[in-house]
Design a protein around this ligand. Structure first.
Ligand SMILES: [Zn+2]
Length: 524
């Protein structure tokens, strides 16, 4: 189990799941819990059993299906209703019977919320907290309290807000988490309130929302002010602007402040875990996310490239390997020889001076025509291999291709492609149908080559982006097509440019297939 001196408390499955467009099944929740446990968080808040049937099922299945190595499960719920005993409240019973070793109770700490939302007296609210905490504590669960709207409540009535914390602690709560529920706080004022709360009661926790863009900064400020329990969500999921990004918080505390929150080797797996969770949530990963984003350590070198070559640490705030990320060089039209050599080295080639000079010339010439290699690593590597070898050896030669797009009498639009190829000494004629011309070409190529290269069955076209580039110096506009493909081991992107969108797509497609074959071990 994780160390109890400092709590890393994840609420992705409860608060994070409030994110617009996010809809998790019980199986999704179990999968995310396994990933979070793999990272080494101390607590995973699973949801609200009793109030939500899916969450009740989650806790039931968790008992047999989750084998947690680090984390403890926390069930979330409210204090008892006004005017009944905690022991008699069915929602409290659901928390007691959830099987979770920890219960996190949400309670009002803002006097006006007690009166207007809960519609009860300030005294009864304190009695509800005292009774519910002590009941669950006596029954053998560890109880944490989420003090809702704490910061706004402290501004409205500081004595009452602190009384809520004291009451919970005296009744047996081992953590009181101060919640910036509306997310409106800034780090300096938040730290002052946390300081006022430290020492009045149990261990102080912090729960921040990102409405001011300060959720992570606020969490760090709270820790500096004495909080030893920090809540957040994977990838910053959450309603409105999201919750504090737990990955950023953990990386900051561990790498910049010397806390030992998760095992070193788990931190080095954080980038993979962050992306694995996006596979479950089906939310596109933020490529600019701190630490774990694909672009977090990507340099558009130009001017800096020669210095990066000498000492990469001059241009990055940590070694990306500590969080399982990689430094990447982006090859752009600002590229000079040094960045091309660096990129070559990243791909495993030591380039001779004249080869890299020639490569820079070719990159610049192609970029002036509209190609971009920044987002098309695979096209760059093919170009590099061509330059190194003089001429690319091809897995297949293209004799011709043709696409027909037809709107049928029934109103359906169908595309049909024919490709004529030469591969391994054979002439191949293949056709393919698809929902669009590129899809039809893709199918025709596979149809033609799969018998000779069965690995192509595992290659998939997963994204297709088109951009019209304005013509310059009296030339016509051209179309740039970026294609992303994947196989079991990863993804790659290729680029094509032409005045004709289908020719541009064909170029990107031909390279995508070629690169897929290289990855499968066919050196061409
Ligand atoms: Zn919240």
């Amino acid at each position: 189990m994780a160390d109890d001196r400092f709590h890393v408390y994840d609420t992705t499955l409860r608060d994070g799941a409030q994110q617009e467009g996010l809809n998790l099944t019980v199986a999704d929740k179990l999968a995310i819990a396994r990933h979070l446990d793999g990272l080494g968080v101390g607590f995973i808040e699973g949801g609200w059993p009793g109030a939500n049937p899916k969450d009740t099922e989650f806790f039931r299945r968790a008992q047999t299906e989750l084998d947690l190595k680090h984390a403890q499960l926390a069930a979330f719920g409210a204090t008892r209703r006004a005017g009944v005993k905690a022991a008699d409240d069915p929602l409290v019973a659901a928390l007691r019977e959830s099987g979770a070793p920890v219960v996190t109770l949400v309670a009002k700490s803002h006097d006006r919320h007690v009166q207007l939302a809960l519609r009860t007296t300030l005294e009864e609210n304190l009695a509800m907290i005292r009774d519910t905490v002590s009941h669950l504590h006596t029954e053998g669960q560890r109880v944490f309290l989420d003090a809702e709207h704490f910061f706004d409540g402290y501004k409205s009535n500081p004595a009452y807000a602190l009384e809520v914390l004291r009451t919970a602690a005296e009744a047996g709560a081992s953590v009181v988490a101060l919640c910036d529920t509306n997310g409106g706080m800034l780090p300096d004022e938040l730290a002052e309130v946390v300081q006022a709360a430290v020492g009045t009661s149990a261990r102080i926790g912090i729960h921040c929302h990102d409405d001011t863009g300060c959720a992570v900064a606020n969490s760090l400020a709270a820790v500096r002010a004495g909080a030893t329990h920090v809540q957040g969500c994977a990838n910053g999921y959450g309603e409105r602007s999201g919750n504090a990004n737990l990955f950023t918080v953990v990386a900051n505390l561990q790498l910049k402040r010397g806390f030992e929150l998760v095992p070193r080797e788990s931190l080095a797996d954080m980038t993979r875990i962050a992306h694995a969770i996006t596979e479950v949530t089906n939310v596109t990963p933020n490529s600019h996310a701190p630490y774990v984003g694909v672009s977090a350590f990507a340099h558009k070198a130009g001017l800096h490239a020669s210095a990066i070559k000498v000492d990469p640490n001059l241009y990055q705030h940590i070694d990306p390997a500590e969080v399982g990320n990689d430094m990447r060089m982006l090859v752009s039209d600002m590229a000079g020889r040094a960045s091309v050599e660096l990129k070559g080295r990243e791909l495993g080639y030591e380039l001779a001076a004249d080869t890299s000079r020639e490569l820079v010339t070719r990159v610049k010439e192609m970029e002036s025509k509209g190609y971009t290699f920044e987002a098309a690593d695979a096209s760059f590597e093919l170009l590099l291999r061509d330059t190194v070898a003089g001429e690319r050896r091809r897995h297949f030669q293209v004799e011709s291709w043709r696409v027909i797009v037809e709107r049928t009498r029934g109103g359906e639009v169908v595309s049909e492609a024919t490709v004529k190829l030469h591969a391994k000494g054979e002439r191949i004629v293949a056709t393919g149908e698809g929902n669009g011309p590129v899809n039809a070409l893709d199918r025709a190529v596979r149809q033609g080559l799969e018998r000779l290269y069965p690995e192509l069955a595992g290659v998939e076209l997963i994204d297709f982006k088109v951009r019209i580039l304005e013509g310059t110096h009296g030339t016509d506009a051209v179309t740039r097509v970026l294609i992303t493909s994947s196989d079991a081991a990863g993804e790659w992107s290729t680029v094509g440019v032409d005045e004709n969108i289908i020719e541009a797509s064909w170029q990107a497609l031909e390279q995508a297939v070629t690169y897929g074959l290289l990855r499968a071990g066919h050196t061409g």
